[in-house]
Design a protein around this ligand. Structure first.
Ligand code: DAT
Length: 179
């Protein structure tokens, strides 16, 4: 079983993926580490650029017979049994990325991406089985329990559960600062 955990940077993918892998007894895999190990990631400053077609091909080959939770904002390009898309209010994304020291332009790009559902849209284009989970105001254990309940109930698709349009006024200063 391959479960991928995706979402905008800062939404809590790594935190959830590790908890979920531990609870299910699955292996935890980071897309970044996998890509570097396989030589399909190219360094671009502090980030890496990954060839997503190669990522999908090599990950399918590698994890076909294994139980894994794969963490990364490109993980939804990997063929999976279930894709979990974590969502977080864009204002909260901005706060987390500020704490992480993101420069204004990169921060604004990611806040805007969360605002307009970029990763959710990509995920539903790639896979039927997408579970969207709103993490706003929820601690890691609460998010974990929500995901476990959905998996245990056998729910394979749940999308369209958030609407960030009301947050525009709040995120506008970040967008302006990143121009
Ligand atoms: P990502 O992997 O999506 O970039 P992360 O797991 O590294 O995100 O989390 C980003 C920061 O937010 C990190 O300091 C841990 C914190 N965090 C993660 N999940 C959280 C939650 N549900 N509630 C509060 N803080 C959380």
């Amino acid at each position: 079983m391959i479960i991928t955990v995706t979402g905008t940077p800062g939404v809590g993918k790594t935190t959830l993926s590790k908890l979920l892998a531990e609870r299910l007894g699955y292996e935890y895999v980071s897309v970044r580490d996998f890509a570097l190990e396989k030589g399909i990631g190219e360094s671009a400053g502090d980030e890496i650029e990954i060839d997503v077609d190669e990522l999908a091909r090599l990950a399918s080959e590698e994890f076909r017979e294994r139980n894994v939770v794969i963490d990364g904002h490109l993980s939804h390009f990997i063929p999976a049994d279930i894709v979990i898309v974590l969502r977080l209010h864009p204002g909260a994304v901005a706060e987390r990325l500020k704490v992480r020291g993101y420069p204004p332009k990169k921060l604004a790009e990611n806040v805007e991406a969360e605002f307009v559902d970029v990763i959710l849209v990509e995920a539903v284009e790639e896979n039927e089985n997408v579970l969207e989970v709103d993490t706003t105001g929820k601690g890691p254990e609460e998010v974990l329990n929500e995901v476990l309940s959905l998996l245990q109930a056998g729910i394979k698709r749940r999308v369209g559960i958030v609407d960030w349009s009301d947050s525009y006024g709040e995120i506008l200063p970040y967008l302006m600062e990143g121009r």
